[in-house]
Design a protein around this ligand. Structure first.
Ligand code: SF4
Ligand code: SF4
Length: 396
């Protein structure tokens, strides 16, 4: 489908709940988006499978995604060149046809999330810098990012979530037409469900973006139901549960489709974002758009769980947090290890690991690995942490 044909079609598709698969199949030989869903009460509809721009390095990828019907893009100031690359594509896009989400972050190696204590002017400056990099006038969503990542204390993290300086900045940015909606994201490991429930019930947030997949997060559906009731959108991330089958022919296809369909079977989910690095990723992932979860998909997920569950730290779990006498940030180290080993994001993983205060340096010499004993999934946590340190340290 040519771009101008797509843009014409998008005006129709974004005004309706779903595209008929028959119509989409005749419109393009390549897989395309078959379903658009409401993002809560915002009036916006997003492609069910959408673009995580954490590894975006070419403007052509954005144009390709838009041609395939993807209308939602998730980026951040600390995702390398992501915002700047989106900006390079912007002149060739109709801004009102796409939805852009960015984060309250500094532009520096991940994680650059603005901490509690940030002043209103700095929240405003963060958004203005994002707009400048992306060559656009407004963000559809700005997120308080990675709630529960660095701070184990529930009450003080709630303060970051509902910080008065941040809320005043959002009001000012909305008034100036620079931001439309407020959201928050979390991949744990600390208090993810409690923090997201606080966001939902506060009435301040239009969207939440949690980690959610078939291997973990049993309490999250409660938060999702409450969000749905209150008109708060729910956009899932980390849906591939470690993405360990992705390089195997056929299995990667079956697995990613099954994992996406599992998430999208929840009516409360507005859509999901997944990192798209190549045109082949777009083609592969969009084959699952608008399709239903089946018994065959469940078998694929069961097989994945049998093979990999003993090497997958459940993002957002955090049940071993706080037991390490050396204070190692266990779940965060293991998430960076996932980026390094499974997501092909070696540079970002190494930079983030280098910025971590309590890394896994003590683990290889630890003779009382209480972390391993505390993990309810039986993971060889000490071994995984030692491996993480060896893989991601610039100098070991
Ligand atoms: S191996 Fe030892 S030092 Fe490392 S996280 Fe576990 S308890 Fe802490
Ligand atoms: S190592 Fe085990 S207990 Fe710790 S966060 Fe990961 S899955 Fe949870």
């Amino acid at each position: 489908m040519k771009r101008r044909d797509f843009l014409k079609a998008a005006a129709i598709t974004t005004a309706s709940m779903a595209v008929s698969p028959e119509k989409a199949d005749t419109a393009s030989a390549s897989p395309s988006v078959k379903s658009y869903r409401d993002i809560g009460r915002t009036g916006l509809k997003m492609s069910d499978i959408s673009f995580g721009a954490g590894k975006l390095s070419a403007a052509s990828m954005v144009l390709r995604a838009v041609d395939s019907g993807i209308n939602y893009f998730d980026t951040a100031p600390d995702y390398g060149q992501s915002e700047k690359t989106l900006g390079e594509a912007m002149g060739r896009l109709k801004r009102e046809k796409i939805i852009i989400t960015s984060k309250f972050c500094n532009s520096m190696p991940y994680p650059g999330h603005l901490p509690l204590g940030t002043k209103k002017k700095d929240y405003v400056a963060s958004v203005e810098a994002s707009l400048s990099r992306m060559k656009t006038d407004y963000l559809d969503f700005v997120l308080v990012h990675a709630i529960g990542e660095m701070n184990k204390d529930l009450e003080s993290e709630k303060k970051r979530l509902l910080d008065g300086e941040m809320l005043e900045a959002v009001a000012e940015l909305k008034k100036a037409g620079k931001v439309r909606f407020l959201g928050t994201s979390s991949h744990g490991p600390n208090n993810m469900e409690d923090l997201l429930m606080t966001a939902v019930t506060s009435g301040r947030f239009d969207m939440i973006q949690p980690s959610f997949n078939f291997l973990k997060f049993p309490k999250l559906p409660e938060v999702m139901k409450e969000a749905h009731k209150r008109g708060v959108g729910v956009i899932a991330m980390k849906t591939l549960a470690g993405a360990k089958d992705m390089n195997k022919e056929h299995e990667g296809e079956e697995f990613s489709h099954a994992a996406f369909k599992w998430v999208l079977q929840y009516p409360e989910i507005s859509g999901l974002i997944v990192t798209m690095k190549t045109a082949a990723d777009i083609e592969l992932y969009l084959k699952a758009s608008g399709t239903k979860f089946s018994a065959a998909d469940q078998r694929v997920l069961d097989r994945y769980a049998r093979r990999y569950s003993s090497d997958y730290c459940r993002t957002g779990c955090g049940e071993c947090q706080g037991y390490c006498p050396a204070g190692v940030e266990i779940a965060t180290v293991l998430r960076y290890r996932m980026y390094f080993k499974d997501y092909g994001m070696e540079k970002r993983a190494m930079e983030s690991y280098a910025a971590l205060h309590n890394n896994a340096a003590p683990c290889s010499g630890c003779d009382q690995p209480v972390c391993t004993a505390k993990c309810p999934y039986g993971l060889p946590v000490k071994v995984m942490l030692s491996d993480a340190h060896e893989s991601m340290s610039f100098i070991v």
